[in-house]
Design a protein around this ligand. Structure first.
Ligand SMILES: Cc1cc2nc3c(=O)[nH]c(=O)nc-3n(C[C@H](O)[C@H](O)[C@H](O)COP(=O)(O)OP(=O)(O)OC[C@H]3O[C@@H](n4cnc5c(N)ncnc54)[C@H](O)[C@@H]3O)c2cc1C
Length: 304
C-alpha cells in the first residue's frame, strides 16, 4: 500500500478518490480509480508525475476512454485525465499543432475549415489527440502516423521532449508511446491544402456509412479486435454466427460483429467472457487468433 493519496490533493485543480471509471469510458464500464486527477497545465502534470514516481504510486494517462476496458476492480494508483484544459491549437502554414486533450474529431474539423487536408479519416474516431497518437488510430485506409510530424511529450523524468515519427515505432493500432510512461502533451500534423467543400462532402459520406453500419447509439469501444492480416475481425465473428450473442448486458452487436455493446449495466467481466468466447469460436472455426485492439487495464478485484 502506498502513502496517503491526499498528497495529490493540492496539485491539480480537480482530484477525486475512488472515482468510478465507468464515468470516464465510452463503454460506461469500469471499477473505481484510487485517485483521478484532472490537471490544468503542464506544471501540474509534472508535479503529479514527480509525486507518483517518488512514492512508487503507479500512474495511468487517460484520454476519453474510448479504447479502454477497465476491469471491475478498478485502477490502483493515479489516473491523470487530460481534457478540456489541454485543447488549444495553432496553425502555421500547412502545419497544425494541437494539445493532446482536444478531441481528434474537432481537430479534424478545424483543419478542414482552414482548408487543410489529412485528418478527415479521423472524423468518426471519438478519442483525444493524445489517445489517437498513442493508438495510431486509423480509418478509411489512413492512420495517425501518415500525417504526424512531431509529438511533444513529458517524460517520467520530468523533461519535455519532441519525438519524431521515426522514433515512435508506429504499427497497426500501436506505438512505442503506449507503455513508455511518457505523457503526450501535443502533436504537430503536416497537412496539405485542399478544397473545403470537397473535404466536407467526403466526411459526410463516411459519417453516413458509419451511422448505417455501426451501433453508435449504444456505449462501446469501437472495434474490439484488430483485423487479422488480409481479413476483417467483424467478418470472422459474423460468419462464426456470433452476432447478437449475449452474456449479461454485454452483446456482440447485430449490426457490426466487431463491436460489443453495453445494453445497460454490463460488467467488464461479462465483456471479457464474451471476448474470450468470440476468440475461441473464431480460432476453432477458422484457425485464426483474434488479438484485442481495445486496451485492458485495471484489476479484477476491488481493493480489499
Ligand atoms: C464508436 C467508436 C468508434 C471508433 N472508431 C475507431 C476507428 O475508426 N479507428 C480507430 O483507430 N479507433 C476507433 N475507436 C477507438 C478509439 O476512439 C481510438 O483508439 C482513440 O484514439 C482512443 O483515444 P482516447 O483519447 O479515448 O484514448 P483512451 O482510450 O483514453 O486511451 C487509449 C490509450 O492511450 C493512452 N493515452 C491517452 N491519452 C494519452 C496521453 N495524452 N499521453 C499518453 N498516453 C495517452 C492511454 O494510456 C491508453 O493506453 C472507436 C471508438 C468508439 C467508441
Amino acid at each position: 500500500m502506498y502513502p496517503n493519496p491526499s498528497i495529490f490533493a493540492n496539485v491539480a485543480s480537480a482530484v477525486v478518490y475512488h472515482e468510478p471509471m465507468a464515468k470516464h469510458t465510452t463503454w460506461r464500464i469500469g471499477g473505481p480509480a484510487d485517485i483521478l486527477a484532472i490537471p490544468e497545465d503542464i506544471s501540474q502534470i509534472e508535479e503529479l508525475l514527480r509525486l507518483a514516481i517518488g512514492h512508487q504510486i503507479p500512474y495511468f494517462v487517460l484520454g476519453r476512454g474510448s479504447n479502454l476496458l477497465v476491469r471491475d476492480g478498478g485502477i490502483r494508483g493515479l489516473v491523470i485525465k487530460l481534457g478540456e484544459a489541454f485543447s488549444g491549437y495553432a496553425i502555421d502554414g500547412n502545419e497544425m499543432t494541437v494539445k493532446s486533450g482536444r478531441t481528434i474529431v474537432s481537430t479534424a474539423h478545424v483543419a478542414m475549415k482552414n482548408g487543410l487536408s489529412g485528418l478527415e479519416f479521423a472524423t468518426g474516431i471519438p478519442g483525444t489527440v493524445g489517445g489517437a497518437v498513442v493508438m495510431n488510430a486509423g480509418a478509411h485506409g489512413s492512420e495517425m502516423k501518415d500525417v504526424l510530424k512531431w509529438v511533444q511529450v513529458l517524460t517520467p523524468g520530468g523533461e519535455v521532449k519532441f519525438r519524431s515519427v521515426g522514433e515512435l515505432d508506429f504499427h497497426y493500432r500501436s506505438s512505442a508511446l503506449r507503455d513508455s510512461g511518457d505523457v503526450v502533451l501535443s502533436a504537430t500534423f503536416a497537412l496539405a491544402s485542399d478544397n473545403v467543400e470537397e473535404m466536407l462532402a467526403k466526411v459526410k459520406r463516411w459519417s453516413m456509412r458509419r451511422q448505417a453500419t455501426q451501433p453508435l447509439s449504444f456505449p462501446s469501444c469501437g472495434s474490439v479486435f484488430r483485423n487479422p492480416a488480409g481479413d476483417h475481425a467483424a467478418r470472422l465473428i459474423e460468419v462464426a454466427g456470433l452476432k447478437g450473442k449475449r452474456i449479461g448486458d454485454a452483446m456482440i452487436s447485430d449490426l457490426h460483429a466487431n463491436f460489443i455493446v453495453n445494453l445497460g449495466h454490463a460488467s467488464a467481466e461479462e465483456v471479457m467472457a464474451l471476448m474470450e468466447y468470440a476468440k475461441q469460436q473464431v480460432l476453432w472455426q477458422f484457425g485464426i487468433e483474434l488479438i484485442p485492439e481495445v486496451r485492458l487495464v485495471g484489476e479484477d478485484e476491488a481493493r480489499g
